[in-house]
Design a protein around this ligand. Structure first.
Ligand code: FAD
Length: 375
């Protein structure tokens, strides 16, 4: 296994790749595309292996600031690649937390050899079930909105067993054509290839099952892990501010007082998002969140509120940037046009109303004053 140094994410090699990734992101903004070259580049510099590297003592927690800055930096270059890498990191977190040592080592080797992982939970009416066929288990059903469908080599999926329990499975794909991207005709995030994937007929060995029934939804990790998509979204928000500032400078409009006031508001929103995400990452990844009930409850509530704050900041920055640049921001030749489509699509995450209300309910049920609440 890799040692601690190899588990770092924000490396000079990664920073060196981001310019090329950002250039390719513009070319990949079309249906049925996928950033294969970017994924290969991340594999070549060790960024795919790093989330699976073991830490001294076998702990599951990583340096939250390092991971946050890596997700943010990749999101700044390409939101679709950021989504794919976020899925890869999410799979690594689940495998490191719930996997056997054999599963962890096998996943690490595969990631080091260039395999992209993903977590596919979302499903429609034909959700994935584990059914018994004689002495074997078999998968039936499909996932939808599965990022990297047809490209992810190692999906981690959820499946209901015959008793109704929700299990995590690491299916062995058989190489047949099971992805269907025909319904992924998205406004933005096109290159994330978030299509459907059919698992019917794939045999499952006991060694392919990860953890125990119910582990996937185990708190605080299930809800608090949402900070990672917020970190990628933050990268997209930063990028919009950068693009607008550059546009205003190039067009000699940066000294106008109205533009300055509007960009000031955008900078406040971007920094607000950063502060929320940074603290959410630290609270969610703290070791005590896994063991102490009060800290776990705080972590879930804080990340739920952070999700809403980042969404609000993202929507606000898009409006401000579009108003500052004007009609040019709506031309398909402008990077801002694509970035707004990508960000507004990626901001759609599960049950935002519930996240806000559950976060608020947690705070309302507490005695401590606000200044002590998240400690
Ligand atoms: C780019 C992209 C990539 C993705 N990749 C993956 C992936 O790899 N794997 C995966 O598993 N998923 C993936 N997803 C899907 C994602 O996890 C969510 O399922 C999806 O984003 C939910 O969006 P939604 O707006 O339909 O959410 P919803 O939860 O349906 O929310 C829509 C609206 O309905 C409200 N609402 C929600 N529930 C209720 C209710 N019960 N009653 C009334 N109102 C309700 C919400 O508050 C909101 O206002 C991806 C999504 C995106 C955008």
């Amino acid at each position: 296994m890799l040692d601690i140094d190899d588990s770092r994410m924000l490396t000079p090699s990664l920073l060196g790749e981001l310019g090329t990734i950002a250039t390719r992101a513009a070319l990949l903004d079309q249906d049925d595309s996928f950033p294969s070259e970017d994924v290969a580049a991340l594999a070549a510099i060790g960024t795919l292996a790093a989330p699976f590297a073991s830490l001294p003592g076998g702990g599951a927690a990583r340096d939250p600031d390092d991971l946050m800055e890596a997700l943010r930096a990749i999101g700044h270059a390409s939101l679709p690649l950021g989504r794919l890498f976020e899925g890869h990191v999410n799979a690594a977190a689940l495998i490191r937390r719930y996997g056997t040592s054999r599963q962890r080592e096998s996943a690490f080797r595969r990631a080091r050899d260039g395999a992209l992982f993903g977590v596919w939970n979302t499903e429609g009416a034909d959700g994935v079930r584990l059914v018994r066929r004689g002495r074997h288990l078999e998968l039936h059903g499909a996932k939808i909105f599965a990022s990297g469908a047809g490209h992810v080599a190692c999906p981690l999926i959820t499946a209901r067993d015959e008793e109704g329990g929700l299990l995590m499975v690491l299916p062995r794909l058989d190489g047949s054509s099971r992805a269907d991207l025909s319904a992924w005709k998205a406004h933005g995030m096109r290159a994330s290839a978030s299509g459907a994937f059919c698992f019917t007929g794939l045999r499952v060995e006991p060694a392919d099952i990860l953890g125990q029934p119910g582990d996937y939804h185990r708190q605080p990790h299930f809800s608090a892990g949402a900070w990672r998509f917020c970190a990628v979204q933050l990268g997209g928000i930063d990028r919009l501010v950068d693009e607008a500032a550059s546009y205003l400078r190039r067009h000699g409009r940066d000294t106008d007082p109205h533009q300055r006031a509007r960009m000031g508001e955008a900078m406040i929103a971007a920094e607000t998002a950063r502060l929320w995400v940074e603290r959410a990452a630290r609270i969610a990844e703290a070791e005590e969140a896994a063991t102490d009930e009060r800290t776990a409850g705080n972590a879930v509530a804080y990340v739920n509120l952070a999700r809403c704050a980042v969404e609000r900041c993202g929507l606000q920055v898009m409006e401000l940037v579009q108003r500052s640049i004007g009609l040019s921001a709506f031309q398909r030749t402008s990077p801002v046009e694509r970035l707004c489509r990508d960000l507004s699509t990626y901001l759609r995450q599960p049950a935002p109303d519930r996240a806000l209300c559950e976060g608020a309910a947690h705070v309302l049920a507490q005695e401590p004053p606000m200044r002590e609440l998240w400690r």
